[in-house]
Each structure stands twice: as C-alpha cells, then as structure tokens.
Design a protein around this ligand. Structure first.
Ligand SMILES: C[S@@+](CC[C@H](N)C(=O)[O-])C[C@H]1O[C@@H](n2cnc3c(N)ncnc32)[C@H](O)[C@@H]1O
Length: 387
C-alpha cells in the first residue's frame, strides 16, 4: 500500500495526540504530492506514523482524519470500512426498539468525516461532503447491504464528486413512513429538508408529550409537525404549527391524519414565525416550541444569529401565558451552549418576567458528540418555566 505521506511540524503534534479530526494547513511541514480526495498517511516530523485521513485540500483544512494509529492498517480494504459501519450500527442498535428512523453514520461523530447516512426503515439516505468518500463508496454501500438495507439513495454529493445522485441500485418510493415512539411520520426523502427528517430531536419531541395535557400549544418552525404530534398525543387542547414551508406543513397535516388524531385540534400557518408572533395575541398559548434553522452558518454571522435568537425568544416570552413552558433550541454549531444560554438570559432580562430552566437538552444518541472533536456538538435546548 503506497499512500501519499503528510508530515506534521514538531510544534503542531499535540493536536494529533489529542485526536482532533482536522489537520490544518499550518500544521503541515512537508508532503508527497496528493490529489483532492486521496487517502493519505500522516506522520510526525521524525517519520513516525500517527494516522490516516482524506486529503481534502481546502483553504484551511487539508486533511480529515479517520484513524489515529501508530500501526500500519490496510485502510483501503473492505474489512476496515465494514468494521466502521458495523460499529456505528451497534451504537444505534437499542434505538431499534423505539424507531426505524435514525442516523446511522454521523461523520466525525463516528470517526467517518465526510459522510452522513440516515435510515428510514429499509432505505438509507446518503450525503457526502468531500471527494474522499468517492474512494470508499463501494465499501460503504456493500456494508449497508450486508446490514440488510435494501435501498440506498444518494441525496447530495461533495463538489467535484463523480458519484451519481439517486438510487444506487434497487429503486423504491421516495416517500416512506417511519415510526418513532409509536408515532408515524411520513418522510419525503427527495423533497424534504436534510435527508427528510430532523432525527436529532427525537427525545426532545417526546418530552413535550409530558407537558401538553389540556394545553394550547404553539410549534414555531414546525417543519412536518414533529413536536405537534407528540403534543396531540399528550392531550393538547389545540396545536398550531407554523413554518414558512407550505410543503412541510402539508406533510404535518398528513401526519396528523395517519396517526388518527383529531385534525380539528391542529391548525397550520404557512408564515414567517417572527411575523406570526407579532400578530399573535397575548396569553393564548401555554406551551411554545422554538426550533429555528441554524441562524449562524459561519463565524461572521454569529452576532446576527444571536440577535435572531434573542428577538424570537423575546416575542415568545412576552406572549406566553403565566406558568407557561417554552422549549427553545439552537442547532447552530457556532453558537456554543454558554452563548445560547446568555442569549436566552438576555431575552428574559429584556422581557422582565421570572424565568427558570427546568431541562437542558441536546442532540439524540444517534448524533454522538466525539469528545476529541467538539465541532460534533451542535444542538442545544432549554426548557423554560415562565411566570
Ligand atoms: C430545524 S427545522 C425544525 C424541525 C422540527 N422542529 C422537527 O422536529 O422536525 C427549522 C424549520 O424552520 C423553517 N423556517 C426557517 N425560517 C423560518 C421563518 N423565518 N419562519 C418560519 N419558518 C421558518 C424551515 O422551513 C424548517 O422547517
């Protein structure tokens, strides 16, 4: 096995020992010629092997590491990638009792940078983020088939990738139904957002059920009604789902129907959530969910994002009934938990109501946070009790 070699500057070795998964340009001392997507061997300046990665040749990240090791490994073999996929699967196995929709591979969270694989029953939906995945794609699909997934759908590929989009081999309907804690969800893997569903909120959605009995519930940024369905099952008096996407709301309505809930208790509003809150009356809702899209996509957008989170939460805190409960989230990886909490504090201080945190929430277990790679932590949620 003759892989191109990358040598690290002696003073930058610490990051490698700390097992972070990205190698930045400033850490490279010298290297063999390598193409974007090549699998490379990483060595310390003294020549000692320290790991393997994908050469991604970005402006700042040069290598995405998938193995920290001091022993030579055959990283081109099927066995190697099969083990990774099977290990990712074993972490999720106990979820199967709860659902047949889960994230099977969460990129760096599974030491597999550059690929996300979500499962919807017998279908796996694949998204790739660098060209290195092209090299191992056949191994990945073979392992998925070996695990029993019959239908493999490539939804998105990295720039410059040669992988074709769509079904890999066998075709199936692009709409399917999954179950999650005995609630059915219609998933549109082709037209839906992300791979079709926000799997990361599973246990947070379930928590809302406990607080919904006889409540008026508002689900802001509802997408296909995830939180709304749990609220209905929890015995909510009425549930309003608001999203700017009419097609997502259409699925939300269908989800209410296929679960046999009373559709007269559920209403959809295809509208901007900020505007909706401006027009909404005071003291109508007892429970409000705020789950916006990632407002901060880059470092530069953090101040604007903070303003966005602060504004929407202020509106919600002003309008909610006394004794009400707010489930508020941020899925921006750039907004760290402390900053999110500070932002919510600042909304509360401006509104001037007594607010206490009763739950602190995170992403579900199929989105594991890699302790060596803090960038894998992104979803933060606070459940607030408002007086
Ligand atoms: C993170 S997703 C919500 C996921 C949802 N809570 C669930 O559990 O499935 C964010 C949603 O916000 C919607 N959205 C984005 N900006 C919006 C806006 N200004 N007003 C209303 N909806 C918006 C998107 O269409 C998307 O469905």
């Amino acid at each position: 096995m003759n892989l191109p070699r990358i040598y690290i500057k002696a003073e930058k070795q610490k990051a490698l020992y700390n097992r972070h998964l990205w190698l930045f340009s400033g850490a490279i001392d010298r290297q063999d010629p390598a193409q974007n997507g090549d699998i490379v061997q990483i060595h310390l300046a003294n020549g000692k092997l320290i790991g393997y990665g994908f050469f991604v040749d970005g402006p700042s990240i040069k290598v995405k590491i998938f193995e920290h090791t001091q022993s030579a490994i055959d990283v081109l073999s099927y066995d190697y990638w099969r083990k990774k996929i099977f290990s990712a699967y074993s972490l999720r196995k106990n979820l199967l009792e709860i659902t047949n929709g889960f994230r099977l591979v969460y990129a760096e969270g599974d030491f597999l940078p550059g690929i996300i694989i979500d499962v919807y029953d017998k279908i796996t939906v694949i998204q790739t983020y660098h060209r290195g995945i092209d090299r191992i794609f056949d191994h990945i699909t073979k392992a998925l088939t070996e695990l029993g997934f019959e239908y493999l759908y490539v939804k998105k590929v990295a720039q410059g990738s040669q992988l074709p989009l769509g079904w890999v081999d066998k075709e199936a309907d692009t709409q399917t139904i999954i179950h999650e804690y005995d609630i059915k969800f219609l998933i549109d893997i082709e037209q839906g957002q992300k791979t079709g569903f926000y799997l990361d909120q599973r246990d947070n959605r379930r928590l809302i059920e406990r607080y919904s009995t006889d409540k008026n519930v508002l689900n802001l940024f509802s997408y296909t009604g995830g939180f709304s369905l749990y609220a209905l099952r929890g015995g909510a008096r009425l549930v309003h789902s608001v999203d700017q996407s009419a097609s997502a709301l259409d699925l939300a309505q269908k989800n209410v129907e296929i679960n046999g809930f009373d559709s007269s208790q559920h209403e959809i509003f295809a509208q901007d959530c900020f505007e909706f809150m401006d027009q909404s009356p005071d003291n109508l809702y007892d429970l409000i969910v705020v789950d916006p899209p990632a407002f901060a996509k880059s470092k530069q957008s953090i101040p604007n994002a903070v303003r966005g989170y602060k504004e929407i939460n202020k509106r919600v805190m002003r309008k909610i009934k006394q004794g009400g409960i707010i489930f508020t989230f941020s899925c921006s990886q750039r907004i760290e938990p402390q900053l999110f909490r500070k932002t919510i504090f600042s909304s509360a201080a401006d509104v001037g109501r007594n607010i206490r945190i009763i739950h602190q929430l995170s992403q579900d277990i199929d989105h594991p946070v890699n302790i060596f790679h803090p960038e894998t932590e992104y979803l933060k949620g606070l459940v607030l009790f408002v007086e």
